[in-house]
Write a protein that binds this ligand. Sequence first.
Ligand code: SF4
Length: 368
Amino acid sequence: MPATTLYRKCLVSKEAATKNGHSAVPVNFWPHAAVIAPNNFVYKSLSNWSFNIAVGCSHGCTFCYVPNAATIKQGAALARFGVRDPDAQWGKYVLLREWDEKKFLSSLNAAEDTPSAQLKPDGNRAVIYCSTTDPYQSIYHPDIRMRKELGRAARYLVTRSLELIRDNSTLNVRILTRSPLARLDFDLYKTFGPRLVFGMSLPTLRDDLAHIYEPKAPAPSQRLATLKAAKAAGLHVYVAMAPTYPDSDKADLARTLEAIAELDPITVFMEPINIRAENVQRIEAHARTLGRTLNTEVFASPEEWQMYARQSLKTVHALAKEYNLASRLHLWPDKTLGSQTSLKAVPNQVTYKRWLDRKWSRISEWPK
Ligand code: SF4
């Protein structure tokens, strides 16, 4: 469908939605265009820019750092859609950005023309889809017509923008999702050759654990199947074992790494779950509704968490060696692990600090 036709359709839907009183449902169109914007990743080596299709995310992961770090800044605008507390209501609102080809192209040109000297080298001149939402989420709306319109518009945002990046720039693309819906675009990804890498978040193979921490995201078993399909399709695959959970024991981490090793990924990112604002309370509350108790004692104090995080990183590093993944393992130690408290807790501060610096300055692999 040509861009203009679909864009007009979106506008019609927006008017219809408001007329029908659905503007109070926080699942709608967001009155700002989706563009490529510089991002502020620290020590992640994921990308230099982000393309985010929506404000909010229907996957509603209980640990998600986005509502506190990014979405909270949209508080006043979100209130107009009935969102009173962007953190507490995370997962219940999805505001899809509009498509404006002129604005998108202008942002694409700005990114393309950015001198290399101004870019963080660990970004690989890549645009990530997405950093504050999921590019392949299912968007639910009580009105079936709106649901279809939003779903179609979301697909268009992703496919049209990818085509424009491919044909009008030399930028790379990193796809990061939890959804098997990404299979719909495997053929499009292939047209990028080594300019595109495809990855999924796969912190555990335990569907029951994911059901607590990522209640509305597709199960890990589905994600692993999607990663296998991507590999079979000839795509460059990576995996984000992120964030891992305190309830994942060594055996679960080993099983997950064993399955990942079979994919022969270009990179395996890994970080243990971290405390952010109200995410611990959110995780505990959701676990209670499922009658489950979690190992949340690791969040009892910063020192407890740092001990847990150091141990998790060490365990995964040791396991990665067993599965021949050590050279492709890209650990993400949080910056607080370099604090004085953390340094005092380790036997050899100098070696530990050097190890942290190596992880923090690591540039992730990109296919040639
Ligand atoms: S899929 Fe990503 S952005 Fe969406 S809720 Fe989960 S962690 Fe957050």
